[in-house]
Design a protein around this ligand. Sequence first.
Ligand SMILES: C[C@H](O)[C@H](O)[C@H]1CNC2=NC(N)=NC(=O)C2=N1
Length: 89
Amino acid sequence: MNESLNGLDRRWKLECNPDRLTCELRFVSFAEAFAFMTQVALLAEKLDHHPDWRNSYSLVVISLTTHDAGGLSERDFEFARNVDQILTR
Ligand SMILES: C[C@H](O)[C@H](O)[C@H]1CNC2=NC(N)=NC(=O)C2=N1
């Protein structure tokens, strides 16, 4: 499973029990954090895959799992790769 992290941003971590792919992102302001979240929300609708996440001021924590599968699936890793593309724009 660790190999699945290959190529992803180093901030992505695999968590076990429950299995999740998580990422903590610190932005310079709430406005920057929320602008990022807006892009991720559009991505979620496009991919029909939705993050569990939280925001506290300039911090965004994304936690990915596939509810339909009751755990991680390739859809979570694909979603993470797309989030990385938003981060490098
Ligand atoms: C019908 C639709 O494809 C499903 O409800 C999708 C929507 N978004 C989803 N998002 C996530 N994270 N897990 C799912 O199982 C899931 N299922």
